[in-house]
Design a protein around this ligand. Structure first.
Ligand code: F6R
Length: 251
């Protein structure tokens, strides 16, 4: 595990973008696992800047998103399909047929989960780089705290905490979907590298637990301790507890 300290959100976004841009330069046909939420917005902005400067191209990149709300059409402003088009995919030269998200508007959600699992399984050798944020309860993707790790794509009832946290995007808590489709833990752990980005003091305690506590499905992100190549890029606030308890672990 490599923990990279950043002063603030802007530095975290720049450093995270530098990591992903290097991956794209080194392997222009990389498969990237993408996250949504507020954390990666700055990273995507920085990648779009690099694309506009001609430093990177997405023309041969393939993407697989972590999750999608159930019941929102891809045109809904709060769907993750819309988010990805708005923040990254619609702004670069990616071939849209090489971009993949679970389809939350599918009639048969169980079948959609199986289809997404097969798509991920067809990525030979695993995703090249998985980008992850983390929920306040330690969730990754929408793998919520549970008594077991769920390996493949599944439908999940969102926890009260996650619904509350995400209500800021919807304007009212009643408008937040109650369920989602999420990639399971297997493709995340099978990915060749993970970029784990975390910011803000509200995640300082759970970040310390995730990185140095017991590996437990109660803190889904704790499984990342067992990943073969984990890079954490986080800001001062998010790293405050790690810095107190494990100062020697931070670059
Ligand atoms: C979304 C996702 C979630 C978010 C998490 C943090 O694709 O994977 O696990 O990363 O909910 O969300 P923010 O960044 O909004 O705090």
């Amino acid at each position: 595990m490599n923990i990279i300290f950043c002063e603030d959100y802007e530095e975290m976004s720049r450093k995270a973008a530098a990591v992903i841009a290097s991956q794209i330069i080194l392997k222009p046909d990389s498969t990237l696992g993408l996250a949504t939420g507020s954390t990666p917005i700055g990273l995507y902005d920085e990648l779009v800047k690099k694309y506009n400067l001609g430093e990177i191209s997405f023309s041969r990149i393939h993407t697989y998103n972590l999750d999608e709300y159930i019941g929102l059409a891809p045109t809904h402003e709060q769907s993750y399909a819309y988010f990805m088009n708005h923040h990254l995919l619609g702004k670069v030269d990616i071939n849209m047929s090489n971009t993949h998200l679970p389809f939350g508007f599918a009639k048969d959600i169980e079948q959609e989960c199986r289809n997404y699992t097969s798509k991920l399984a067809s990525v030979s050798g695993g995703l090249d780089f998985q980008i992850l944020g983390m929920g306040h309860n330690g969730h990754i993707g929408f793998n919520e705290p549970d008594s077991k790790f769920i390996l493949d794509t599944h439908c999940i009832e969102l926890t009260k905490e996650t619904i509350e946290a995400n209500s800021r995007f919807f304007g009212h808590i009643d408008l937040v979907p109650r369920s989602a489709i999420t990639m399971g833990i297997r493709p995340i752990m099978n990915s060749k590298q993970v970029l784990f980005i975390v910011n803000g003091s509200a995640k300082a305690e759970i970040l310390e637990k995730a990185l140095f506590g017991d590996v437990t499905p109660n803190v889904p992100a704790s499984i990342l301790q067992m990943h073969r190549s984990l890079t954490v890029v986080a800001d001062r606030e998010a790293l405050s507890v790690v810095q107190q308890l494990h100062p020697e672990q931070i670059y």
